[in-house]
Design a protein around this ligand. Structure first.
Ligand SMILES: *[C@@H]1O[C@H](CO)[C@@H](O)[C@H](O)[C@H]1NC(C)=O
Ligand SMILES: *[C@@H]1O[C@H](CO)[C@@H](O)[C@H](O)[C@H]1NC(C)=O
Ligand SMILES: *[C@@H]1O[C@H](CO)[C@@H](O)[C@H](O)[C@H]1NC(C)=O
Length: 409
C-alpha cells in the first residue's frame, strides 16, 4: 500500500501559528462556567456568562441519583449521568489549560455557541446532542470541575490530539491519552464516593452511559505521519489489531470500575476531511486512508460484540458506525440540507484544508450549508445530525441497538 505523506510544511506552519496565537488568547473562563449544572450557593457569584442564556431553555438539570437534591421543574433524564472519553471531536475544554497546539479556545470556534469553549466546532459536538437527547445538561470538562455539584450529570474527559496509544499526538505536546482519561474518571469516582457514600455511587454507575470515541488520532496524528515511523513497523491490519487490543484492555478497565452501558464510536470517513482532500491530486476523498481505517472499525465492532456476549457479564455495548453515518451524509447531503461537502468553512489553502481555522479568521457565513467546519472537524449542523442518527438510528448506524434503547434498558 502506498505510503501517504502529509505535508510537513503545512503542518509546521499551522503549529507555529497556533503556538503564537493560541498562547496569547485570553482565558476562557467566561464561557466554561456555562457548562456547570446550575450554580450552587457556594459558587463565587461572578456575573452570569453570555453563553448561559443560550443554553438555559433546553437544558434543565435533574439529579444524578435519587439521593441528590431535586430542582423544581426539570426535564426527565433517561439516565443518571453520562461520562465521555475521546478526542477533539468531543473535547469541550480539557485542552484549554494544557500546553498544547491542539486548542480551540479562540474565535471563530464557538461562534454560534456564544463564544469559544474549547469545542472544535462552530457550536455543538455530537456528544452535546446525545446528552441533550438523554435529557442531560451540557457536560462539564474534567479540567473545570472543582466540586461534586458539577459532576452530578457526568463529566467529559475528552482531550484533543489524544489517542488509544499514549504516544499518539505527541507533536501537539500536552494531551490526555485514553489511559489517563480513565485515571481521571477514577479520581471522579473517589470524589463521588467521598461525597455520597460508596453504596449510592455503586448503585448509580451501572445505570450511567459511557461514551467512548477514540482512534482517529492514532491514524491522523500517528500512523499516517512519517515522523512516527509507525508504518515502518505495522501494516494497516497489524496496526488495527494493536489498537483494538489496547482499546479492549482499556474498556475492561472501565468495566472493572463499574461501567455497564457503553457507546463505542468508530472512526468516520477520515479520507474525506478537507485536510486530506487538500492532499489529493484529483480532489476526491483519499481511498488509501479510508481503506487504512476500515480494518480498525471492523475489528472494533467484532471485539465489542464479543465482550458483550461472553467476557463481561451484565455489560451492554453499542457500536456507532461513524463510517456508515458519514457515507450516508455524503451521499444524501442535499436531502439533509447541505450544499458544501469538500471544504472547511474556516481555514485556508486548497479545500480550506491546508491550514485549519486560525484565531480571528473569518469563517463562511452559511455554516449550516457545510459538512466541515475546519480542516478536520464537522460543523455543528452535522454533529447534531450525527447525534440524532446515533440516538434514533437503525442497525446500519448503531448496532445492535440505538442509544435511546440502551438508555431505557
Ligand atoms: C457534597 O458536595 C456538595 C456540593 O459540593 C457539598 O455541599 C456537600 O457538603 C458535600 N458533602 C460531603 C459529605 O462531602
Ligand atoms: C449483549 O448482552 C445483553 C445481555 O447482557 C443482550 O441483551 C444483548 O442482546 C447482547 N448484545 C449482543 C450484540 O450480543
Ligand atoms: C444498510 O446496509 C445495507 C448493507 O450495507 C444496505 O443494503 C441497506 O440499504 C442499508 N440500509 C439503510 C437503511 O441504510
Amino acid at each position: 500500500m502506498a505510503r501517504l505523506r502529509v505535508s510537513w510544511f503545512c503542518m509546521m506552519l499551522f503549529l507555529l501559528t497556533s503556538l503564537v496565537l493560541a498562547q496569547t488568547q485570553g482565558d476562557d473562563d467566561d464561557y466554561d462556567d456555562a457548562f456547570a449544572p446550575e450554580p450552587s450557593p457556594s459558587d463565587d457569584g461572578s456575573p452570569a456568562p453570555v453563553a448561559d442564556d443560550m443554553e438555559a431553555p433546553a437544558r434543565a438539570p435533574a439529579p444524578v441519583t435519587e439521593a441528590a437534591p431535586s430542582s423544581g421543574e426539570e426535564r426527565r433524564a433517561l439516565v443518571p449521568a453520562l461520562f465521555a472519553f475521546g478526542d477533539s471531536l468531543i473535547d469541550s475544554g480539557n485542552n484549554n489549560r494544557l500546553f498544547s497546539f491542539a486548542k480551540a479556545n479562540y474565535l471563530p470556534y464557538g461562534i454560534d455557541f456564544g463564544g469559544p469553549t474549547g469545542r472544535f466546532s462552530n457550536a455543538y459536538t455530537i456528544l452535546d446532542q446525545i446528552g441533550d437527547l438523554l435529557g442531560l445538561p451540557l457536560l462539564p470538562p474534567y479540567s473545570k470541575i472543582f466540586n461534586v455539584d458539577k459532576m452530578r450529570f457526568g463529566v467529559n474527559y475528552a482531550s484533543a490530539a489524544a489517542g488509544i496509544l499514549d504516544i499518539t499526538g505527541f507533536h501537539f505536546v500536552e494531551r490526555i491519552p485514553f489511559s489517563y482519561q480513565i485515571k481521571n474518571f477514577e479520581n471522579t469516582l473517589v470524589s463521588l464516593i467521598k461525597n455520597m457514600s460508596a453504596p449510592i455511587v455503586e448503585e448509580a454507575i451501572p445505570k450511567c452511559i459511557f461514551f467512548v470515541g477514540m482512534g482517529s488520532n492514532d491514524y491522523l496524528n500517528n500512523y499516517i505521519m512519517p515522523a512516527y515511523f509507525t508504518q515502518d513497523e505495522y501494516t494497516p491490519q497489524k496496526f488495527a489489531e494493536l489498537l483494538v487490543h489496547q482499546y479492549k484492555e482499556q474498556l475492561i478497565k472501565l468495566y472493572d470500575l463499574g461501567a455497564r452501558k457503553f457507546i463505542i464510536a468508530g472512526i468516520g470517513q477520515m479520507g474525506c476531511i478537507p485536510f486530506l482532500l487538500a492532499e489529493s491530486s484529483n480532489g476526491e476523498c483519499s481511498e488509501i486512508v479510508n481503506q487504512m481505517v476500515h480494518p480498525f472499525n471492523a475489528k472494533l465492532k467484532t471485539m465489542i460484540m464479543k465482550l458483550n456476549k461472553s467476557e463481561l457479564p451484565g455489560a451492554h455495548f453499542i457500536f456507532l458506525d461513524m463510517e456508515n453515518m458519514f457515507k450516508d451524509i455524503f451521499t444524501n447531503y442535499k436531502s439533509y440540507g447541505f450544499s458544501v461537502t469538500d471544504r472547511g468553512c474556516c481555514g485556508s489553502g486548497k479545500n480550506k484544508g491546508e491550514v485549519t481555522c486560525l484565531p480571528m479568521q473569518t469563517p463562511c457565513p452559511n455554516r449550516d450549508d457545510y459538512l466541515f467546519w475546519d480542516a478536520y472537524h464537522p460543523t455543528s449542523a452535522v454533529n447534531l445530525l450525527l447525534g440524532d442518527m446515533a440516538f434514533y438510528g437503525g442497525p446500519n448506524f448503531t448496532f445492535p441497538m440505538n442509544i435511546q434503547q440502551l438508555a431505557t434498558l
